[in-house]
Write a protein that binds this ligand. Structure first.
Ligand SMILES: Nc1ncnc2c1ncn2[C@@H]1O[C@H](COP(=O)(O)OP(=O)(O)OP(=O)(O)O)[C@@H](O)[C@H]1O
Ligand SMILES: [Mg+2]
Length: 213
């Protein structure tokens, strides 16, 4: 499966989720390619840090192509060699975002449960509608990241607002604001590998993976 983690809004947790998802899938025995489509190359930097500190994770390859045509060409050449491809893109409309969407099976859109973030989703849904004219069957999931604990008013309102976008499937598997997600991703890991363990973060990531794959 080719999964792009995207949102034209910046700082919503795309790179954090991409690294957590890719590393967790590799840990589960899949051959995974983590593709960094962002000029800032944060995902790739995290993987490089991991390689230097504790070594590469078996089954997790990575590369950075921020140019859309290069990303497209490399995906067409190499995606079939992997069980899963996870693509992280920058927080803006870009050639790499469009190339990734056109070749993906699914897109995961992390959303903060705050009004400005929900309003900004219409940019992403317009883009999705455009891409679907060419890439029929592209599945689009939205998930809350930085969710408040429990069933907060903001969580509930954001979930309801997401459900109003016909282009999106809301995944009821929110990820809380947890240091473990950030720490793990910055080390090129998923929360499944962190010590000490954060049981809540692990449960949330596993629920998201189950909903996605
Ligand atoms: N669930 C979370 N809990 C706590 N911190 C988080 C969580 N998700 C992301 N973060 C932190 O929030 C910040 C933004 O996350 P991240 O860099 O993944 O966002 P992004 O969408 O990739 O940003 P950009 O649009 O710049 O690429 C980072 O400092 C990251 O560590
Ligand atoms: Mg990022």
């Amino acid at each position: 499966m080719i999964l792009t983690v995207a949102n034209t809004k910046g700082g919503v947790g795309k790179t954090t989720l991409s690294v957590n998802i890719a590393a967790a899938r590799a840990l589960a025995g899949r051959d995974v390619w983590l593709l960094d489509g962002d000029r800032q190359a944060t995902a790739q930097s995290a993987m490089t840090i991991r390689a230097q500190q504790v070594g590469n994770l078996f089954g997790l390859a990575y590369a950075n192509y921020h140019d859309g045509s290069l990303l497209k060409a490399q995906l067409q050449l190499q995606a079939e060699k992997f069980d899963d491809v996870v693509i992280d893109v920058g927080g803006r409309d870009s050639t790499s975002l469009r190339a990734a969407l056109l070749l993906s099976d699914a897109v995961l859109i992390p959303v903060q449960p705050r009004s400005f973030d929900v309003w900004a989703l219409s940019d992403m849904t317009s883009l999705i509608a455009e891409v679907r004219k060419i890439r029929e069957g592209l599945r689009c999931f939205a998930v809350l990241n930085f969710a408040d604990p429990g069933a907060s008013k903001d969580n509930i309102e954001a979930a309801a607002a997401i459900a109003d976008f016909p282009e999106l499937e809301y995944l009821p598997t929110p990820l809380g604001r947890r240091k473990a997600f950030a720490t793990a991703a910055s080390l090129g890991k998923s929360v499944l590998e962190l010590h000490p363990k954060d049981a809540k973060a692990i449960k949330e990531l596993n629920s998201l993976l189950k909903a996605l794959f």
